[in-house]
Design a protein. Structure first.
Length: 271
């Protein structure tokens, strides 16, 4: 049985993600500009990232004033309730800046360090994905109502469609390109969407056989990782480890282990 608290957290996350998604979709200015940069001059923040995070934290605090926050754009507080919200108000900022549709709002709730509820809102696809720990993963879209998610049946690695992402630090990107070059001949193909949250949900929805990336932060993957696992995918980092900044891997059960092993052999987790 699903914990009533986790259901409550999910409903708050869904409301916050929906409203932030509407703000980002409908409020995007025609002259949208870069407000700041992060790891490099091409790793950008826009005024809309900041506005969306403020909307989310204000809404959640109105429901649960004692909870903590960890947000990409600076929201950080411990709280006193044992609940922490992990927020990426706009995952795929460069896509958003250029007017590309693959971006998302990602909100997860942690209880005592474990993710218990997560929502990923993808406004330009008209899709919402969500999960509560132990309750399965669910999706809804403009063309279909809410439905249970299930990752694809196991495929041989050479028939697997896998997505990845690239860091904004030049030296790291170069190493990631080398890993991808070595991996491509062993797979059906590689995709690159520009949003970790979207990729994790696409694994959950059966649109990808796998996904991997180096350099993710907790807000990039918290909600999507839970959704993928609840849809039957396996997730992890380096062998025996949880998803982390060194490496995040999510895939169908038949693809996960051989993909993870190749990434370890290719040194995907370091320069």
């Amino acid at each position: 049985m699903t914990d009533p608290l986790h259901t409550e957290l999910l409903e708050i996350a869904k409301e916050a993600a929906r409203r932030a998604g509407e703000l980002l979709r409908d409020g995007r200015p025609a002259d949208l500009a870069v407000a700041a940069t992060k790891s490099s001059p091409i790793d950008v923040v826009t005024e809309m990232d900041i506005a969306a995070e403020k909307l989310i934290t204000t809404l959640i605090s109105g429901h649960r004033p004692d909870d903590g926050f960890l947000g990409e754009e600076g929201a950080s507080s411990e709280g006193g309730s044992g609940i922490r919200w992990v927020i990426d108000p706009l995952d795929g900022t460069v896509n958003y800046l250029y007017g590309l549709p693959t971006w998302a709002v990602s909100i997860a709730a942690e209880q005592d360090g474990e993710t218990v509820a997560g929502v990923v809102e993808i406004p330009m696809r008209g899709e919402t994905y969500h999960a509560v720990r132990g309750g399965g993963a669910w999706g809804s879209g403009a063309r279909e109502g809410e439905h249970a998610l299930s990752c694809r049946p196991a495929a041989p690695l050479d028939q697997a469609l896998v997505s990845t992402g690239f860091n904004y630090v030049t030296e790291v990107r170069a190493h990631q390109a080398d890993v991808a070059q070595r991996l491509i001949p062993l797979l059906r193909d590689i995709r690159r969407s520009g949003s970790a949250a979207v990729d994790l949900c696409d694994v959950a929805a059966g649109r990808l056989d796998g996904y991997y990336e180096r350099g993710l932060h907790p807000w990039d993957l918290a909600a999507g990782d839970l959704i993928a696992r609840e849809a039957g995918a396996l997730t992890g980092g380096r062998p025996g480890e949880r998803p982390a900044r060194d490496l995040t891997v999510a895939a169908t059960p038949g693809v996960f282990e051989p993909l993870q092993r190749l990434l370890e052999d290719f040194g995907a987790w370091h320069d």
